[in-house]
Design a protein around this ligand. Structure first.
Ligand code: COA
Length: 289
């Protein structure tokens, strides 16, 4: 048990099956996993993949814990938005853990891809914004995880790529689809079949990231943007994300989805508050109801 550490005085410690929580008197909660660090502060949960000696490669345990951490983002009312990043200054995530590919059968390969896709769909469909802070290599599954986030900010040393062809593989965690959605077919095919990496400024030019900033500014930039976002009407934010996702969901008609979602906003307390605040020339106080 940690007491009066550098973080402040211990407030409480709670254990669950996968992780434990340490809350401190000054309002920061640290959630401890085996392969992740998660800290909740001012409504933002920063999830850090913590295997820097393996460039934060995604092994089975990391994937299981990312899934649990995203569940926490969905369910914990203290969390309004999240950031996913990697530990250390070299790598965001250098891909799926290649050592776990040895000896997999065709069926096991399919199961692995399905598992990865399901977890990344959960990130993509999160009702709360999740953004990637890409602090170095974002290769293979790392690029795929960043692309599943709602948008991406890169540090100037970031490198993006889908190098699976070097291993006799293809992207399996949604990369063939999301890369094509985000940067267009020609650029996506070139990246996938060459295995080449692109740097942060090229990623910015391609629209793969929204910003490229010096590494020391990366988390601050993300927090500043997220603080703006979490001051807006939460249900409207959720509906914007879902409507944008509907563009790429063949089971949904995006325009019909928008009509319904727009209409539903008129039944919310936040719409009443937002419009009243505008007319009364004051700041809106949204409750997410
Ligand atoms: N899976 C498992 N381990 C990985 C990994 C991955 N995707 N990427 C890096 N690592 C490990 C290395 O094996 C090495 O471990 P070791 O110190 O025990 O030998 C450690 O991380 C550091 O990597 P290293 O290759 O020594 O660093 P580098 O600076 O020379 O090269 C990369 C960096 C990213 C170019 C190189 O690690 C690489 O090509 N990684 C694989 C990228 C990839 O193909 N990803 C898609 C997987 S589907």
């Amino acid at each position: 048990m940690i007491k009066n550490s550098q973080w402040g005085s211990l407030f409480y410690l709670e254990m669950t099956e996968l992780c434990y929580y340490i809350s401190f008197t000054f309002g920061k909660t640290i959630v401890m996993y085996q392969t992740l660090l998660a800290a909740i502060e001012n409504g933002i949960c920063t999830i850090t993949i913590n295997r820097p000696d393996k460039l934060n490669a995604l092994n089975k345990k990391v994937m299981e814990e990312i899934s649990a951490a995203v569940d926490e983002v969905y369910n914990n009312t203290e969390i309004k938005a999240a950031i996913i990043t990697g530990a250390g200054s070299k790598s965001f995530v250098a891909g799926a853990d290649i050592s776990e590919f040895i000896g997999l059968s065709v069926e096991e390969g399919k199961e692995l891809a399905k598992m990865g896709q399901d977890i990344f769909f959960k990130i993509e469909n999160s009702p709360k914004p999740i953004i990637a802070c890409v602090n170095g290599f974002a290769l293979g599954g790392g690029c795929e995880m960043a692309m599943a986030c709602h948008f991406r900010i890169a540090s100037s040393n970031a490198k993006f790529g889908q190098p699976e062809v070097n291993l006799g593989l293809i992207p399996g965690y949604g990369g063939t689809q999301r890369l094509t959605q985000l940067i267009g077919k020609g650029r996506a095919i070139e990246l996938m079949i060459s295995g080449n990496m692109i740097d942060a400024s090229t990623a910015l030019q391609y629209g793969l990231v929204n910003y490229a900033v010096p590494q020391e500014e990366l988390l601050h930039k993300a927090s500043t943007i997220l603080q703006t976002i979490i001051s807006k009407a939460p249900l409207a934010v959720t509906k914007c994300i879902a409507a944008a996702n509907a563009v790429f969901d063949e089971t949904k008609n995006g325009y019909a989805f928008e009509v319904d979602a727009f209409g539903e906003c008129f039944g919310t307390a936040d719409k009443a508050e937002g419009t009243a605040a505008f007319l009364e020339k004051r700041k809106a106080n949204f409750t997410g109801e």
